[in-house]
Design a binder for this molecule. Structure first.
Ligand code: MIG
Length: 762
């Protein structure tokens, strides 16, 4: 991989950058945004770069910090000391390096625009810290020892492969209870070497004329949330986006789509959307539908929508070259397509044999695309859009597959080269698509494969072409955790695996894990065995239904977590280490927290019927049987096929509802808080219409348990009618007295709809 760039960080040919020499200018700024404070260091070599902003960081307040001698001072930040050849900050010593023009690979020399150092770098000692982040990667959460590219590529997640579809130049460093965040806000390709070429050193290099670095510090939770203050947070998704999605490459005609919807209904399986892969198009022309296979697509969408099922079509960026095809012609008229280095239209091949690529780096092209999206979604009644091949991936150029499936890096995108703009391609496409969908007056829903920090402002992400194997099931956990830590909370992997044939046990385990993914979609490739939840017959269908129903019971919690991602930037899936960073045993790739209350230990091995789990310090309760377990220790727990091992943290209350579908509103008529007892008990639920601009409200359950008496208070701010609000406690003895309670077979139920309830054991 990276045939094109084919560079490693040539440290032996680099020079320490001397700021005094005047070839490189350094600027330090204090950055603020909604309570976050960070340092920014910008190294530039050309006057025009001094005003550089973005691409990921936008809309922040920049201040000139106070300077005393060599130290920059700002309230709430460790002083930053800018020396002659590097900087010191928060206990880190960063050294600046540059690779002189004559020493860099030819393509960088060609595109470097005459700067003295087309390759800028920094290094610092790795120390004893942990390193996390860098978005979507194969392998575990820990990044130490590896080398990571930030350069979008159509590369499926297989062992040893890097980079994948997303470019995420941001790194988290954790030592004890402290954390540091380093965001390299550069769209140019970059390379993060974390002890790969030198065991004790981190080396970060960017193949461009500037080095734009943001530095954050605090607890790990603060740094993770803080990074999204810089790169943005997701808007509130429509509720249905959190339900279950069924996809396949491809449901290739109207009859196949109907058949899927009917099977789901016949088997009592919930379904929010059926996804249309590339075969729905007319000759692979984007924004068209095949008159043979989908002659009445708008009618189909309407018919399905009456049954609560939506359609989400794939939209790739490659536009077919064909006279009379309006998208191509309009794009040509507006000069929307990427051109080569001699300013000729760049024509390559993707699904349509001859295709051109819109240049999303330009505002007028995004406006053009937004119009097409709006027309298309309106015409056919689509609920969302799926963006694939948006690295962008090119299958043919001049008669062969181009290196890295990329357009030439010298191609022109406005004033930029493709080298500079490539990593932002999906971001621009998503922004345009978002605007197009927004014009329809509903919450836009977009799924994207490629991206850059900030992609979460517009889209959900899926992790691309995995395979139906236990290794890929297991890999999805650290991948999604890492995406969350990197600012992308709403993501999922193809449930059941995309390539290869799924078998029922694997699919079942995956459906259970998928029921906890922020984005829950089953998808499989052309020519593979069918893997819809009914595909394997009984007893599997019944077991899959259990997983699906569990997802739907969990929706109030998931939706509230999506709100937390929107408000605070915290991911839905969280590594245990986010809360117990100093506990080495908590850093695991095979367990995670959903929110702060639920610990999941998915079954990741074929034939396993039990597994080992680690519970962090504190009290825990088995979600399924109410058994209380002490933390700070390993346990061996049963893992039957019927469920996924789940544990609830003491002192939490998780809002659940009944498994009802199709979903229509996130104002739950019936709420049941599952309570795990602790000295304090807290839980909350966010509710709104699940669609549109409704502001919504948080309602809260609060209370305490002193060992003898449990009291719970519900503050309902929703303003809508309820059928019931309960709090459930499992595994307790019958209380001796109380108010507003019922007890049956070890299950205590408190009716808190009217406000409060209590029980006591005397
Ligand atoms: O592999 O559109 O990752 O989800 O089904 C070829 C066809 C291109 C790759 C996507 C996959 C999708 C497929 N696409």
């Amino acid at each position: 991989m990276n045939e094109l760039l084919n560079w490693d960080i040539p440290f032996d040919r680099m020079e320490r950058l001397a700021l005094e020499g005047g070839l490189v200018q350094a600027r330090v700024e204090q950055v603020e945004h909604e309570g976050l404070r960070a340092w920014r260091l910008l190294l530039t070599q050309r006057p025009r770069d001094a005003a550089k902003e973005g691409p990921a960081v936008q809309g922040v307040v920049r201040r000139q910090p106070e300077k005393k001698a060599e130290s920059y001072l700002a309230e709430g930040l460790s002083p930053l000391v800018l020396g002659e050849e590097g900087l010191g900050w928060g206990g880190l010593e960063l050294a600046f390096w540059g690779c002189p023009h004559r020493e860099v690979p030819p393509v960088l020399r060609l595109l470097a625009d005459g700067v003295p150092y087309p390759l800028l770098a920094l290094s610092f000692p790795l120390g004893a810290a942990r390193y996390l982040g860098l978005g979507e990667r194969v392998g575990g959460l820990e990044r130490r020892g590896g080398r990571y590219w930030n350069f979008t590529a159509d590369q499926p997640p297989r062992p040893g492969r890097d980079p994948l579809y997303q470019a995420s130049p941001l790194l988290l460093r954790v030592e004890g209870a402290r954390a540091w965040g380093l965001l390299l806000d550069e769209s140019y390709p970059s390379l993060f070497d974390l002890g790969y070429s030198h065991p004790a050193e981190a080396r970060l290099a960017v193949a461009g004329p500037t080095l734009d670095l943001y530095l954050l510090e605090g607890s790990l939770l603060e740094v993770v949330a803080g990074l999204t203050r810089l790169t943005g947070r997701p808007p509130m998704p429509p509720l249905w986006a959190l339900g279950y999605h069924q996809c396949r490459y491809s449901y290739a005609d109207e009859a196949s789509v109907r058949e899927v919807v009917e099977q789901f209904a016949a088997h009592g399986l919930p379904l929010e959307a059926v996804w249309l892969d590339i075969h729905y198009m007319d000759g692979y022309k984007v924004f068209t539908a095949s008159p043979q296979r989908f002659p009445r697509l708008a009618l189909l969408a309407e018919e399905l929508s009456d049954r609560g099922v939506r359609l989400v079509p794939i939209v790739d960026p490659g536009v077919k070259v064909e006279e009379g095809y309006s998208v191509f012609e309009e794009g040509m008229r507006r000069q929307a397509f990427i051109r080569d280095d001699r300013d000729e239209l760049l024509v390559g091949g993707v699904w349509p044999r001859r295709a051109v690529w819109p240049d999303f780096s330009r505002e007028e092209v995004r406006a053009f695309w937004a119009e097409e999206v709006e027309k298309f979604a309106r015409t056919y009644g689509f609920a969302g859009i799926w963006n694939d091949m948006n690295e962008p991936a090119v299958l043919e150029l001049g008669g062969a597959e181009p290196p890295d499936k990329a357009l030439p890096l010298t191609a022109r995108q406005g004033a930029k080269s493709h080298l500079e703009a490539r990593n932002l391609y999906a971001l621009g496409m998503a922004e345009a698509t978002y605007r197009g969908l927004q014009a329809l007056g509903r919450r836009p829903f977009i799924l994207t494969r490629s991206g850059f920090p900030g992609i979460q402002r517009y889209a959900f992400v899926w992790t691309g072409d995995n395979e139906s194997r236990y290794e890929d099931l297991a890999l999805s956990v650290p991948m999604l955790l890492s995406l969350g830590l990197s600012g992308i909370p709403l993501a999922g992997s193809d449930v059941g695996g995309f390539g290869l044939d799924a078998e029922p046990e694997l699919l079942l385990r995956w459906m259970w894990l998928g029921a906890l993914y922020p984005f829950f979609r089953n998808h499989s490739a052309l020519g593979t065995r069918r893997q819809e939840p009914y595909a394997f017959g009984e007893p599997w269908t019944t077991r899959m239904r259990e997983a699906l129903h569990f997802r739907y019971r969990l929706l109030p919690y998931l939706y509230s977590l999506a709100r937390t991602a929107h408000e605070e930037g915290l991911p839905l899936l969280r590594p245990l280490g986010l809360y117990w960073p100093e506990d080495a045993a908590a850093w695991r790739d095979d367990q995670f927290l959903l929110g702060e209350a639920l610990l999941a230990a998915p079954v990741l091995r074929k034939g396993a019927r039990a597994r080992e789990i680690y519970l962090p310090p504190g009290g825990w309760q088995d979600f399924w049987n109410g058994e209380r377990l002490e933390g700070a220790s390993l346990h061996r727990v049963a893992a039957p096929l019927e469920r996924l091992p789940l544990f609830q943290r003491a002192g939490t209350a998780i809002p659940l509802t009944e498994a009802r579908y199709p979903t229509r509103t996130a104002r739950w008529p019936f709420l049941c808080f599952r309570v795990a007892l602790g000295p304090k008990v807290r839980g909350r639920v966010f509710e709104d219409a699940g669609e549109g601009g409704d502001e919504g409200a948080w309602s809260e359950l609060e209370g305490g348990f002193d060992g003898r008496r449990l009291e719970l208070l519900f503050t309902d701010r929703s303003g809508h009618a309820r059928q019931g609000v309960l709090a459930e406690v499992w595994g307790v003895a019958p209380p001796t007295r109380g108010q507003g309670y019922a007890y049956h077979n070890g299950l205590l139920r408190l009716d808190v709809q009217g406000g409060g309830a209590w029980v006591a054991w005397d």
